[in-house]
Design a protein around this ligand. Structure first.
Ligand SMILES: Cc1cc2nc3c(=O)[nH]c(=O)nc-3n(C[C@H](O)[C@H](O)[C@H](O)COP(=O)(O)O)c2cc1C
Length: 377
């Protein structure tokens, strides 16, 4: 009896709550509860180090495994330490804007359960630079073994100069970030995606990279882009990127298109779609961007990864590391271990040395696939 109680107490609180119970709750409430459980230390890691086949190097970073937590889950840097303990290879916090802002009115987060998808129009709800910075510093001094997070920076909705907001983010976080991610691809801040156009992007990259060069510590700078670009826009983007010394790309953010969800409840909600229906689109766009920018630029592949096979496919399309978010809503944190085990098994079965050797193996196949056509609803 006493032993049963002891093992119960050791169980991660999230497992006690259960994925079904979380899925029965309002999505934002479930998310808040999850963050609180992680922040409160109510988690247990596996305790086993990752097999060496899973280690990757990315823009000078050494990651124990290629699976990261995508931006948007830990917006205010409350849970990155716990996520590292749970076995993520890296964690991206944010998006963080200079000033705190409430985001869009609720409801703004919708599950499409039958498609294992989510639509969100959160609108960069976050506590701002100062709060996040204080929390990151406190966490790193309390638990010095914690890997510093990647920090995803954005612009306030009411900002009069979006570029200045990104520069402020670089100045504020360069000394504590594993890397910085310039997020210009959220569909929920009016005008933000306009920064992906050639002239605006040229100015943005010029100013943000110059700001990074002025810092005493200079973490890699990544650009996070949308999957909703046509070939012409992708050409423009690749041309501008080639002029600058950007360290990598994160492909992709959510989509404003609606593949595979036609007719399902909430499918017509405004916002960005993520999860399984995003997988095909984001993977094809990653492969096509890889063809444009060449083999050397690091790419973090994100969008719809939901099992080991989809993680392997994203690597084969040309990714060097991966991130996920929505699949965890449906599969829970156990999914992480399942994906890592599957990746390691695939590496061994193919006689490869490490997971990085999967990168780009099927790039041509993915780049040639037609983009998923939006079904009529
Ligand atoms: C609720 C929610 C909030 C998000 N917030 C952000 C954000 O603040 N910044 C960002 O760059 N991406 C954000 N994302 C996008 C994710 O980082 C990721 O690019 C996208 O969800 C695709 O991955 P997935 O299909 O594995 O979820 C958010 C996604 C979701 C579902």
């Amino acid at each position: 009896m006493r032993r049963a109680l002891a093992s119960l107490l050791k169980m991660p609180a999230l497992r006690l709550i259960g994925q079904d119970a979380l899925l029965a709750m309002d999505p934002e409430r479930a998310h808040g509860l999850t963050i609180r459980a992680l922040n409160g230390g109510l988690v247990a890691g596996t305790g086993t180090p990752d097999p060496k086949e899973l280690g990757v190097r990315l823009a000078g970073l050494k990651l124990p495994n290629p699976i990261g937590m995508a931006a948007g889950f830990d917006k205010d840097a409350k849970a990155f330490s716990a996520l590292g303990q749970l076995g993520f290879g890296f964690c991206e916090v944010g998006t963080i804007t200079p000033r705190p802002q409430p985001g869009n009115p609720r409801p703004r987060l919708f599950r499409i359960r039958a498609a294992r998808a989510v639509i969100n129009r959160m609108g960069f709800n976050n506590e701002g630079h100062d709060a996040a910075r204080a929390r990151i510093e406190a966490t790193l001094s309390r638990a010095p073994e914690t890997a510093p997070p990647g920090i995803n920076i954005g612009a306030n909705k009411d900002s009069t100069d979006f570029v200045a907001d990104y520069v402020a983010g670089i100045e504020r976080f360069s000394d504590v970030a594993a890397y910085l991610a310039v997020n210009i691809s959220s569909p929920n801040t009016p005008g933000l995606r306009g920064l992906q156009g050639a002239d605006a992007l040229n100015r943005l990259l010029g100013e943000t990279l110059a700001a990074r060069q002025r810092q005493s510590r200079q973490p890699p700078l990544f650009l996070k882009i949308a999957p909703d670009m046509d070939e012409h826009q992708m050409d423009d983007m690749a041309r501008i990127i080639s002029r600058h010394r950007l360290d990598g790309l994160i492909i992709s953010n959510t989509t404003i298109s609606r593949p595979m969800v036609g007719g399902l409840e909430h499918a017509q909600q405004q916002g960005g779609l993520s999860g399984v229906p995003l997988f095909e689109l984001s993977t094809i766009q990653l492969a096509r961007m890889r063809q444009r920018i060449g083999a050397d630029m690091p790419i973090i592949g994100v969008g719809g990864i939901h099992d080991a096979d989809s993680a392997i496919a994203k690597m084969e399309a040309g990714a060097n590391a991966l991130q996920l978010y929505t699949a965890l809503v449906y599969g829970g944190l156990d999914l992480l271990q399942e994906i890592k085990t599957g990746l390691a098994r695939a590496v061994r079965a193919r006689g490869l040395e490490g997971v990085s050797d999967l990168s780009g193996l099927k790039n041509a196949h993915w780049a040639a696939r037609p983009l998923p056509i939006q079904p009529e609803t």
